[in-house]
Write a protein that binds this ligand. Structure first.
Ligand SMILES: [Zn+2]
Length: 79
């Protein structure tokens, strides 16, 4: 994974929340479009956030997000 991927994944959450400056948001968007693994991670996060937001209509507790991520991670990488 490149340094750009690290940055993109780190900024992804801010990007989803619309908290980046226009320049930074654009950089991230280009990377997500160019880089399939990051693009996939992004669409997953975006969908997850949307679903959770729609269901709960409020911020998701950090612990729940953490659990969801662990479940997803263990499904993707069984060991
Ligand atoms: Zn990437």
């Amino acid at each position: 994974m490149s340094h750009e991927c690290d940055d993109a994944l780190e900024m992804m959450y801010l990007y989803i929340d619309g908290e980046l400056t226009q320049d930074t948001a654009e950089t991230i968007r280009f990377h997500l479009e160019d880089c399939p693994p990051c693009g996939e991670a992004f669409s997953f996060e975006e969908r997850l956030k949307l679903v959770v937001r729609t269901r709960l209509q409020e911020e998701v507790p950090a612990e729940l997000m953490f659990r969801l991520h662990s479940i997803i991670r263990s499904e993707r990488n069984p060991d």
